[in-house]
Design a protein around this ligand. Structure first.
Ligand code: COA
Length: 260
């Protein structure tokens, strides 16, 4: 499929999905959300892909939110579908089964911040600015932002950000745990590529099991979550990569994982 608002490139087990509306600061119109959903569905099903980088064109914005010219037209009925369309995309990204790294060069506002929060890890330029300014437009985050923000950072700070619409800088976002890494602006691409290469060298099933345990375990009771962890742990013990990891350590050599 050819895309109008995004790009999808694949090479050497890495997929790069790029939001491509730089003139509009990569604002997320409905077409962009649908194309992103299509591209993430594609890479989820593609067993040759181990890691995804979600990036953006232009260098100024990851995404400056939902496209306000479309948002303005929503009523109570279409607004629900508008929000659920965003939920479908963010839930797909969060549950992709392979790590998704958000590369954030600048503004990640509103829906942009929400999509970034659905990614597995977030690496940003020191120029990045994040926030949920929907309150200033008379609404609330609608792509899961009220929920993911309150799970990623302290709930009181999440409340402050959604009620005031305050935009925060990269350093504050990192201190809060909203960003994993902050790097000099010119080093963003290389830092993200390096992290992707590091993750690609890991055993894929163990990556998936870790993500599943962290994401879903925290939504369960402690006892249920430990059962989930034990089952996932047991499953890793049945993989060839587990045998390779153990043998490599004992033989004092680097492990070579095969994704089996
Ligand atoms: N929806 C639609 N268009 C948007 C947009 C959005 N969320 N964010 C930016 N754009 C467009 C602007 O309308 C402008 O288009 P134009 O050149 O055709 O007029 C272009 O992108 C550049 O934006 P501009 O506002 O001129 O850049 P800036 O550097 O002065 O300001 C921001 C940058 C991010 C502070 C400002 O664009 C902004 O506040 N955007 C909206 C953020 C927001 O509220 N997001 C939540 C939406 S739910």
């Amino acid at each position: 499929m050819s895309y109008e608002c995004i790009k999808l490139e694949k090479s050497d087990r890495l997929a790069r999905i790029t939001i491509n509306r730089p003139d509009k600061l990569n604002a997320l119109n409905i077409k962009t959300v649908l194309e992103l959903t299509d591209a993430f569905t594609d890479v989820k099903a593609d067993r040759s892909i181990g890691v995804v980088i979600l990036g953006s064109e232009g260098g100024k914005a990851f995404a400056a939110g939902a496209d306000i010219s479309e948002l303005q037209k929503q009523d109570m009925l279409s607004g629900k579908e508008f929000s659920e369309r965003g939920h479908r995309l963010c839930n797909l990204i969060e549950n992709l089964g392979k790590p998704v790294i958000a590369a954030i060069p600048g503004f990640a506002l509103g829906g942009g911040c929400e999509i970034a929060m659905a990614c597995t890890l977030r690496v940003a330029s020191e120029k990045a600015k994040l926030g949920q300014p929907e309150i200033n437009l008379g609404t609330i985050p609608g792509y899961g932002g009220t929920q993911r923000l309150a799970r990623l950072i302290p709930r009181g700070v999440a409340m402050d950000l959604v009620l005031t619409g305050r935009i925060i800088g990269a350093e504050e976002a990192k201190q809060l745990g909203l960003l994993n890494r902050v790097v000099p602006h010119d080093e963003l691409d290389s830092a993200v590529d390096e992290l992707a290469a590091q993750l690609l060298s890991k055993p894929p099933f163990a990556l998936q099991a870790n993500m599943e345990a962290v994401l879903h375990g925290t939504e369960l009771s402690y006892e249920e979550a430990c059962r989930v962890e034990a089952n996932l742990f047991a499953m890793t013990c049945g993989t060839e990569d587990f045998s390779e990891g153990m043998s490599a350590f004992l033989e004092k050599r680097e492990a070579t994982f095969k994704g089996r």
